[in-house]
Design a binder for this molecule. Structure first.
Ligand code: F6P
Length: 331
């Protein structure tokens, strides 16, 4: 990538996440600062295939920093999985004179970026997903806001559970990962947290935890279930059968993806957007902008996609130890 970059595209793809707009804004404003033109591609990779675009100036992204969702819209494109679709996307890049694409999203988005880079279009990825399940980066934009949204909902649920002396089973998102569930579970003082990374022993992980809590004097119980474990409704049914109490089940669902991004997401998204454009401006590309020990690093896309991130199971132990009457450490 020796030639001077004149124009880049920016898109958001996959599930939206609070802070995506902050990242788009940072890309556009940084490009402006470098004298690079910026084209917004609407509806992710699908928009690149269909030439669905809008020219973006620094002014156009004003008042978007605090907005949830994505002003560029987002989609999951099946057409982009095909060679024909990707060739059409390359044709759009050539027609628009794009020297590179900044793709904001999760692993699926980055697999698309890798394919496009193999066809000669330089790409840079910015990790944004409420799941925090992208292996190459400590943090993904949107995770903290989603945690806080879930915490806010569960705090409200706790009020009514406590009044009625009930058990609540709450399903949180996270796809196949338990980051969201475990962080939220610790923060709300859950009786039990079920995550896909921990093999479920229903008797030990649910029944005994409710019983121990009850013996310690508690009369309401909060069970947080990561969607990757299975249906909270089924967990609720098993609790009724095996503990003999009648839980109320709440699936938080897409509410966790909405809302204004919080400080961490605005700040991280802004830094990531800045470094993405800087990579292009300095002649690099085909990398993901990642957080590492508080700083930002660039990791080549192929290497980044091969990296795995594991849920820190010491956090699971912390969660278990927090319950009054918990016997987990003594056992
Ligand atoms: O990846 C973000 C996420 O919200 C996951 O937590 C969830 O499994 C999935 O997207 C839901 O996708 P959709 O918006 O297609 O229902």
């Amino acid at each position: 990538m020796e030639k001077k970059i004149k124009r880049i595209g920016v898109l958001t793809s996959g599930g939206d996440a609070p802070g995506m707009n902050a990242a788009v804004r940072a890309v556009v404003r940084t490009a402006d600062a470098y004298g690079i033109e910026c084209i917004g591609i609407r509806r992710g990779w699908a928009g690149l295939i269909l030439s669905d675009f809008v020219k973006l100036s620094g002014q156009d992204v004003g008042h978007t920093l605090s907005r949830g969702g994505t002003i560029l819209y987002t989609a999951r494109s099946e057409d982009f999985m095909t060679e024909k679709g990707r060739k059409r996307a390359v044709a759009t890049c050539k027609m628009l004179g794009l020297d590179g694409i900044v793709a904001i999203g999760g692993d699926g988005t980055f697999r698309g970026a890798l394919e496009l880079s193999r066809l000669g279009i330089p790409t840079v990825g910015i990790p944004a997903t409420i799941d925090n399940d992208v292996g190459c980066t400590n943090y993904t934009i949107g995770f903290d806001t989603a945690c806080n949204t879930a915490i806010d909902c569960i705090d409200k649920l706790r009020d009514t559970m406590q009044s009625h002396e009930r058990c609540s089973v709450v399903e949180v998102m996270g796809r196949n990962a338990g980051f969201l569930a475990l962080y939220v579970g610790i923060a709300v003082g859950a009786t039990a947290v079920l995550v896909p990374e921990h093999e479920l022993d229903f008797q030990r992980d649910v029944v005994e935890r409710i019983q121990d809590s009850r013996l310690a004097g508690n009369t309401h119980f909060m069970i947080v279930v990561a969607e990757g474990v299975g249906s909270a409704v089924e967990i609720g049914k098993r609790i009724k059968e095996e503990v003999g109490i009648d839980p109320r089940v709440t699936v938080l669902g897409h509410i966790q993806r909405g809302g204004a991004p919080n400080a961490r997401d605005r700040e991280t998204a802004t830094r990531m957007g800045y470094y993405a454009v800087r990579a292009f401006a300095e002649g690099r590309g085909n990398c993901i902008i990642c957080t590492k020990e508080g700083g930002i690093v660039e990791i080549p896309i192929e290497e980044a996609l091969a990296m795995k991130k594991h849920l820190q199971m010491d956090r699971y132990e912390v969660m278990e130890a927090m319950q009054i009457g918990s016997k987990v450490i003594r056992k």
